[in-house]
Design a protein around this ligand. Sequence first.
Ligand code: FNR
Length: 345
Amino acid sequence: MSGDRKDDHVRLATEQNRERGRLNEFDDVRFVHHALGAADLDAVSLSTHAGPLRLPLPLYINGMTGGSESTALINRDLGIVARETGVAIASGSMSPVFKDRSTIGGFQTIRDANPHGTVFANLSANASVENARAAVDIMSADALQIHINSVQEIVMPEGDRAFSHWPENIARIVEALDVPVIVKEVGFGMSGDTVAQLSELGVGIVDVSGRGGTDFAAIENARRTATDFSILSGWGQSAVVGLLDARDAAEHANVSLLASGGVRTPLDAVRALALGAQAVGVAGSFLRLLKDEGIDALIEEISRWTDQIRSLIALLGQVSVAGLAETDIVITGDVRDFCIARGID
Ligand code: FNR
């Protein structure tokens, strides 16, 4: 049953990505071009960090899948892609492992394919401390992603209905693990208040994973045989808004921000980095490319992204990911309206 659900997610997310319109709130972020300001490409370093995690590249394959035969093959391919390109990679939720031990290999295959790379395990905010420890061990993971997905659960007829214990549970997991915990959304965004709250729970790395890319409210609604629940499609904030809303809170609390959700191009990645993300995650569009065109096409695409991220950093007069914070940015459109309405400078 859980394996069928994982296969449905891959199929529906891939279809959604093929149909998705090109516009999203990353288009409201523009750089001011300074014609004489470019730096030398050779001087650019792409290395970055999030809390104690050192990453050679500011890009990662975000948590997606595992738990069925076909998703084990996807995980193996994504592990190879991560190894060949040097990007970090997260597994999908490992909760299937704790219901059916036979699914374990379909997650471990990521680490087997990529023994020296940076790998994140992934579990929900409901996970027990014991399972969180086990997930990290199974993957020899460098960090644990905990996803918070109340919108998705609400739309799933079989989903969770109790959420108020999540903060306390996250704090327990953070306290118990000796690897960093990354708390992430699954495409509905994070507010500055949530980032401040997570910091109080001991969380040092937050992925604001926002709307504009994969839409899990729409995916779960398409899986429903119960009454339609499409009103939540498009709910939440974009990664752009999340970064703008959270960056003061993050700086104040020493939280590292990551960004994902609707990242379409290397330019979107650089926009997110300039707005304060330490690294940028991509899920749906990399999965679609892998499914439609295969592993070599995805390796080529990610290599093109890293080359172009380097070019854009130089064009913006910087030699490091951190230096992007110094660039001149103009915010327009819906994002500007949101910032004014919410009192964000
Ligand atoms: C996801 N995502 C996800 N996230 C998570 O933390 N655990 C999970 O198991 C999954 N599963 C999953 C399956 C599939 C097929 C997709 C496409 C995505 C969410 C993902 O990590 C990310 O937060 C969102 O998809 C937004 O990023 P994109 O897809 O717009 O780049």
